[in-house]
Design a protein around this ligand. Structure first.
Ligand code: SF4
Ligand code: F3S
Length: 99
């Protein structure tokens, strides 16, 4: 089991999630973050930090975003770690940029 970042993160990238992870499981892609599933310990700390509710445990990922499970597993291997908050991306296409 692992936690998974999904579509609402894309173009938003608030990064609050990455700063609370005790095992540094977050990786930074261009438009969103990813969670490295082999590192995640399922602590649930990140989930409530996300203002756009982009994070799910893998067994709760909505069916339309199931592809994000593999996406996190693959892309996290080729993306650099992120452990601190950065200014959000909030670019056009961010589904919720009011935060
Ligand atoms: Fe990190 Fe815990 Fe979130 Fe997994 S569930 S990514 S260990 S904060
Ligand atoms: Fe993305 Fe939410 Fe984290 S928008 S970067 S999953 S706080």
């Amino acid at each position: 089991m692992a936690y998974v970042i999904t579509e609402p993160c894309r173009n938003c990238k608030y990064t609050y999630c990455a700063a609370v992870c005790p095992v540094e499981a977050f990786r930074e892609g261009e438009d969103c973050l990813y969670i490295e599933p082999l590192i995640c310990i399922d602590c649930n700390k990140c989930r409530p930090e996300c203002p756009v509710e982009a994070i799910y445990p893998d067994y709760e990922v909505p069916s339309i975003w199931q592809n994000w499970i593999a996406e996190n597993a693959q892309k996290s291997k080729h993306s650099p770690p992120i452990i601190d908050v950065k200014p959000p991306l909030k670019k056009e296409g961010c589904i919720n940029s009011e935060f």
